[in-house]
Structure formats: structure tokens, C-alpha cells
Write a protein that binds this ligand. Sequence first.
Ligand code: AOF
Ligand code: ZN
Length: 363
Amino acid sequence: MHTNEEIMLRCLRLAARGMGNVSPNPMVGCVIMKNGEIIGEGYHEKFGGPHAEVNAIRAASAPVEGAEVFVNLEPCSYYGKTPPCVDLLIEKRVAKVHIAMLDPNPRVNGSGVEKLREAGVEVEIGLLAEEAHRLNEAFVKYVSKKLPYVTLKIAQSLDGRIALANGKSKYITSRESLTRVHALRSEHDAVLVGAGTIRTDDPSLTVRLVEGKSPARIILDGNLSSPLKSTVFNDKKSRVIVIHSTRAGASSSRKMAALRKLGVELHSLPADRKGRLPIRSVLRLIARLGIASVMVEGGVEVFSELIRSGMADRLHLFIAPVIIGKGKAFADLIELTDLKKARRLGDIQTAQVGPDIMITGGF
Ligand code: AOF
Ligand code: ZN
């Protein structure tokens, strides 16, 4: 026999198989039970493809009439790229639906449950709600705030440096950490760096050490100063997006044409008084591009600004057992006079990765 919790856990496991392929849609898994047996299961496999409920019903080995359906997100109630799952569940005359969490998508948000109940289908909400929220944290933020979920990935020395004073930082952490970073990249829709990181590191920002798709690469380059020969502009491994200031756009038409020819997407924003791209507008723009999660990989300016503005959601800090001496710390541009105002993280986890320590925390 399976407990309801075990079955919902199975939904979450199935859902997670869609990681990297469904965003900006949620990861959803569905299990159908009849007489204490699993008669069908499925998950949302691909963005734009059938929803979890549809796949589970299609896979069912027996009629689903009178069955109990488990799904980690409220079934949808509107015509998107696919017809409403709620209609299908009603038409198939299922008896009961167990939902881990309501769909924060304003087009659903409770109306799926309402429609099911009106049609006489029993609904239970809240089983493993916390786990379900965590799995779809990026989707929840994206759909309810129209902002991407922001993860900071930082590699530093034992003495807290992400680079030498001259900017050199390749490589502070181990190959094992780098492999972990590639896995994290593949779980995000995009990676983001400032133009300084492009100039000093010339990173590729792709996924090479693990299986998985390379995320879009976003470069914050207010002045359009990144060299045309930079690796990101030339390797054609994934979408490249440059965000620059409106003013730079007006005076750099040759460079912009050259970048476009390389397949780079260009977007502009008005800079602030100090000539910087306002981070909130940057994130809004990223969300408008359909990107629900971004992993930020440098440098000091971007990290400091995201932390200061409270726009970062999660931190993955890799600490290598190496001492560098004079150099840069990731939040060097933050200056406080009151310790009470310092950003303290919660939900801390630690792990050893090869010779390095990985600390994960929530802002
Ligand atoms: C999914 N997969 O298994 C469920 C979703 O454009 P559509 O038709 O794919 O609809 C996307 C919305 O459907 C999504 O934002 C979410 O609110 C809801 N549920 N979506 O991609 C699923 N159950
Ligand atoms: Zn649906």
C-alpha cells in the first residue's frame, strides 16, 4: 500500500524529470490511483508539450473513471498552448484530485479547484505543499512577480577573494566544483555576467562537463565595451543576449551591427545617473524575454548590486582551500555602518565538493 504522501512524493520525483526542459512553465508530475494501485503516471516533459495530467491519463492501464489523481500543481483551467486539464479530468469522471499547491499563475490561481468542485470532483489541497513550492520556486516568482529567480554562484578562496587584485580568477576552485557549476547552469534558463567578467575571464558560460542544455547567456554591458572576439559571441552554443544603455545604443551602431551579425540579441535600457543599468529594470526585461531563472556568475558590481537591492534569491558559494592575499571580495561595493543592516542568509546547507566546500543559502 502507498500512503498519500508517498504518492505525492512520486509526483514530485516525476515532475523533476522535466528540469531544464519545461521552463518558464512549472515542473509537474501526476500519478493516478485506483483500488490502491498506480494505474497511470506522467509528467510535463517539454515546454509547449502536453501537461502532466494528460500524459498520466494517456498512459493509464485502466479506465480512470472513479480514480484518485495526484498532481503537485493545481490543474489548469484555461486554453494556453494546450486545452484545460480540468476539463479533461471532469470529462474522464475522476473521483478525487489531490493537489500539493495552487497554481500562482493569475490565469489559474484557484479557478481550477473551483471548476473541479463545481463538477462534483472532490479536491484536497496541501499535501507536501512545502516541497512542491521549493521545486517550482523559480516558476512561482516568475509568474507572480514577473521577475526571474536569481541565483548567485560564487567561487572564492579561503580568505574570501573571488579574484586577484589584477582581476585574474581562473581557476580558484577545483574541477569537481566546476562540474557542479555546469550542472547548476543546465538547471537555469540563463547565466548572467557583467562586461568586466567577459573582459578579464573571457568565459564560455556553457555546459560541457555534464549532460544538459546550455542556458542562454546574458551580458550586462552598459557601454557595449565587450570585445567582439570574446568566446561567448563566437561559439554559437546557445542564445546570447547583451543588455546595454540606450545612450551606448545611439553611438555604437557599427558594433551593434557586428554583434547582430554574430547572432547576438541586443536590448537597451535607460541608464541611471551614474551611467549604470538599474538592476530592477534589467530583471524585468529578462522576465519579458521569457527567462524564469538566472544564475549570476560575476563580477563584483553585479553581485553587490543584486545583494544590496534585495533582488537575489539564492547563493551557491564554493570555497577553495587556497589563500590568495590581496584581491577582490564579491560584495566589495557594499559599505555599511550598521551591522544590523547586513544581509544574513537562512536555510543554510553545506557540502564538500572535491577539496572545496559548497555553501548554499537563501536570501
Ligand atoms: C505546464 N505543465 O503539467 C501543468 C501546467 O501554455 P500551456 O497550455 O502549456 O499552459 C501553461 C500553464 O499551465 C502554466 O503556466 C501553469 O499555470 C499551468 N499548468 N503547465 O506547463 C503542466 N499542469
Ligand atoms: Zn494543464
